[in-house]
Design a protein around this ligand. Structure first.
Ligand SMILES: *[C@@H]1O[C@H](CO)[C@@H](O)[C@H](O)[C@H]1NC(C)=O
Length: 439
């Protein structure tokens, strides 16, 4: 017990030192403290499911994930469309991991379906504990996404989650940096309990940020906690890594890229991206949205230029593929670009949005490069969240909501028209075909 405590202390000290070095470059006032999320039960070893969250797992299927202390607890989910009446059951799989002296609970992943669209389901995990309720996304437009990266688990996180809970969203998109556990594994558990009320009710689709890496050379595997706890539909989308994958929902093809997986032209990720793009059918999914953690268009002084290498490799391909919208995190502030490509305004380029302002303990990034670049249309260092309402195949409304002393205030809003409606998809299709055919 003593030894464990000292080891944890040392790890924490190393993490603290490394984070202050980067944090020194910009002033981040008024962060809020980590919340203390208590165990829901007095005794630690209850068989009841906890940290329940759900994610899309292929057309009309949903993956239910939960954790039990009891290693004998089964991995099935009972579900149905009426409360307390479960006419279907699915059997799943389970995993667990060790990290230094920490041993995780039993992590269950069970895929349920086929499910009806836009329908409320009631479900129970492992045959015991409370009933949960989820709503499946619609089959066609309109669909609403909630977006916020760099969440953490502070008082600001709680504020952001409350606001997201108030908006009627179908799917949550998280462009990296979830728990800010930073090697303190029990913080993954408290994060799981903090987000459960939302994440057990609507699919949460996430990609990794630097805080998921948690790599202690020679001692731990990279991303072991993240990959074990937040399994995403990578197998369902032909990817070999949980660090990048794609999914389709209601006329939108969403690609989740990995800023922390190899992305050069000869990498597995790049190869997979080309294969995934070759499957996109803009008649079926008129909108193409991409997420990753480190922004390519960022006029904040924080993490300036950090996304340049990935951008050099991948931006031409995403441009040829007529990506409508790119969502990123990492910088703890909000910024929205005009349509841009290769640093210049371009009507066929993507709108880039940095939204790393979910509320983590490191606070905000306040210092901007001046004058504001031509491509940058709106920037502000406040905590908040975004809402993307895709109305039909041509129109979407994007809005950003600031946490104004815990009140949600709409501070930015704009109509975005799709690249299929402006002729860009047609204009670039030969270029795309030749890029996809280049080995
Ligand atoms: C799409 O939605 C926009 C905004 O509500 C509307 O102006 C437009 O007419 C709609 N287009 C179609 C094809 O329904």
């Amino acid at each position: 017990m003593e030894l464990k405590f000292i080891l944890l202390l040392i790890i924490n000290l190393i993490m603290l030192l490394s984070s202050t070095v980067t944090a020194d470059q910009y002033v981040r006032p008024l962060p809020r403290k980590n919340l203390n999320i208590p165990w829901p039960w007095d005794s630690k070893s209850q068989p009841y499911p906890q940290q329940v969250h759900i994610s899309l797992a292929g057309d009309r299927h949903m993956r239910i994930t939960w954790i039990t202390d009891d290693k004998h607890s089964p991995s099935f989910v009972e579900y149905g469309t009426l409360p307390g009446r479960y006419d279907s059951i699915s059997e799943g799989e389970f995993t667990s991991y060790n990290y230094m002296l920490y041993s995780s609970g039993k992590i269950h992943h069970t895929v349920i379906g086929p499910l009806e669209y836009n329908t409320m389901y009631f479900y129970r995990c492992g045959g015991q504990g409370p009933e949960f309720k989820l709503k499946t996304p619609p089959s066609k437009f309109p669909i609403t996404f909630a977006v916020a990266g760099d969440l953490g688990q502070t008082g600001w996180t709680k504020s952001t989650l409350d606001h997201i809970d108030q908006c009627k969203y179908d799917v949550y998109l998280l462009p990296g940096d979830l728990s800010y556990a930073d090697c303190m594994q029990h913080l993954w558990d408290s994060f799981g309990r903090l987000v459960e009320p939302l994440a057990s009710a609507r699919p949460w689709m996430v990609t990794e940020g630097n805080h998921e890496e948690e790599n202690i050379p020679l001692l731990t595997d990279e991303f072991v906690s993240y990959n074990s706890r937040w399994k995403m539909p990578f197998e369902e989308s032909g990817s070999t890594s949980n660090l990048y994958y794609s999914f389709e929902v209601a006329g939108v093809h969403v690609i989740m890229l990995g800023s922390y997986a190899d992305y050069d032209k000869y990498s597995e990720q790049y190869r997979w991206l080309k294969e995934d793009l070759s499957k996109v059918d803009r008649k079926r999914t008129p909108w193409l949205v991409v997420l990753f953690h480190v922004p390519w268009y960022n006029s904040n002084k924080a993490h300036q230029g950090a996304g340049d290498d990935m951008m050099t490799v991948m931006e031409p391909l995403l441009y040829a593929a007529s990506v409508d919208l790119v969502l990123a995190g990492h910088v703890h502030a909000y910024e929205r670009s005009k349509r841009v490509y290769n640093g210049r305004l371009d009507p066929c380029g993507a709108v880039h949005i940095t939204i790393g302002d979910g509320g983590n303990r490191e606070g905000l990034a306040h210092r901007y490069i001046n004058p504001q670049p031509k491509w940058s249309e709106f920037r502000e260092a406040s905590f908040g969240h975004g809402e993307l309402k895709i109305v039909n195949s041509t129109h979407a409304f994007w809005s950003w909501h600031r946490n104004d002393n815990d009140e949600s205030i709409k501070a930015d809003g704009i109509w975005i028209t799709s690249l299929i409606s402006s002729g860009c998809v047609d204009k670039n299709k030969h270029e795309l075909r030749s890029m996809l055919m280049t080995p």
